[in-house]
Design a protein around this ligand. Structure first.
Ligand code: AP5
Length: 214
C-alpha cells in the first residue's frame, strides 16, 4: 500500500488510518501526530509548529515537506505507507510526487473521506486523544475507558487544544481554501476515490478497503 488518506478535520482519518495501516503492515505517517509529539518534546520543530497549530493554520510547506522526506526514506516505509494529513496543499502534493518518483515508488491510491460539516463539529467537540500513540476516542461513539487512560498504551487522554469551536472553524476554512483543491489535482491523475465517511467506524473501514486499488 502506498496511499494518502485525506479529508476535512475530524473526518476520521486518524481512526481509519490506524486500522488500515495495521492491516496492511505498513506505517501510518500522520503529520499532525509527528508535529504534536515534537511540540510536547519542545524540539525546535515543535516550537516552530505550535503557534500555527494553535491558530488552526497550516505549518509552512517547507517544514512539513522536509519532515515527510525524512520519514519516507526510513526503512520501514520501503514496503509501503499510509499518509494521514499530508499532503495538504498543492505544493506539498507536488513535492511528494517528486520524492516518490525519485524513489521509484509512486502513489497507488488517494482516498478522500467525505463527511458533512455538522458531523465534523459533533465529532471534534467530543474527541479525546492519546497524546502518546495518537489513538482517538469519542465521548459518545467510542467512549474512553473509565479511568480516562488510553486502552492501547495507558497514557492519560486529553482534549486537543485545536478542537475548541473557534479553532475548528478556522481549520475548516483552511481546509476549504488550501486542501480541497487537491481533489482536482489527484482526480486529474486518476488516483482519487471519494468514500462516504458517515456511519459506524467498521462500515467506513470496509468502504475504504473496497476503494483501494493498489
Ligand atoms: P491533524 O492532526 O492532521 O488534524 P486534522 O487534519 O484537522 O484531522 P484531525 O486529526 O482533527 O481529525 P481526523 O480526520 O484524524 O479524525 P479522527 O479520526 O481523530 O493536524 C493538526 C494540525 O497540524 C493542523 O491544523 C496543522 O496546523 C498541522 N498540520 C498537520 N499536517 C500538516 C500538513 N501536511 N501541512 C501543514 N500543517 C499540518 O476522528 C475525529 C473524532 O471523530 C474522534 O473523536 C473519533 O473517535 C470520531 N469518529 C471517527 N470516525 C467516526 C465515525 N465513523 N462515526 C462517529 N465518530 C467517529
Amino acid at each position: 500500500m502506498r496511499a494518502v488518506l485525506m479529508g476535512p478535520p475530524g473526518a476520521g482519518k486518524g481512526t481509519q488510518a490506524q486500522v488500515l495501516a495495521k492491516g496492511a503492515g505498513v506505517p501510518q505517517v500522520a503529520t499532525g501526530d509527528i508535529l504534536r509529539k515534537a511540540r510536547e518534546e519542545g524540539t525546535p520543530l515543535g516550537r516552530e509548529a505550535q503557534s500555527y497549530m494553535d491558530r488552526g493554520d497550516l505549518v509552512p510547506d517547507a517544514v512539513v515537506i522536509g519532515l515527510i522526506e525524512e520519514r519516507l526514506r526510513q526503512e520501514d516505509a520501503a514496503q509501503g505507507f499510509l499518509l494521514d494529513g499530508f499532503p495538504r496543499t498543492v505544493p506539498q502534493a507536488e513535492a511528494l510526487g517528486q520524492l516518490l518518483a525519485g524513489l521509484g515508488r509512486p502513489l497507488e491510491d488517494v482516498l478522500l473521506l467525505d463527511v458533512p460539516e455538522e458531523a465534523i463539529v459533533r465529532r471534534l467537540s467530543g474527541r479525546r486523544t492519546c497524546p502518546s500513540c495518537g489513538r482517538p476516542y469519542h465521548v459518545e461513539s467510542d467512549p474512553p475507558p473509565a479511568d480516562g487512560r488510553c486502552q492501547s498504551c495507558g497514557t492519560e487522554l486529553v482534549a486537543r487544544p485545536d478542537d475548541r469551536p473557534e479553532t475548528v472553524q478556522a481549520r475548516l476554512r483552511v481546509y476549504a481554501e488550501s486542501t480541497a483543491p487537491l481533489r482536482d489535482y489527484y482526480a486529474a491523475q486518476g488516483l482519487l476515490r471519494s468514500v462516504d465517511g458517515l456511519g459506524p467506524v467498521e462500515e467506513v473501514t470496509a468502504r475504504l478497503k473496497a476503494a483501494l486499488q493498489g
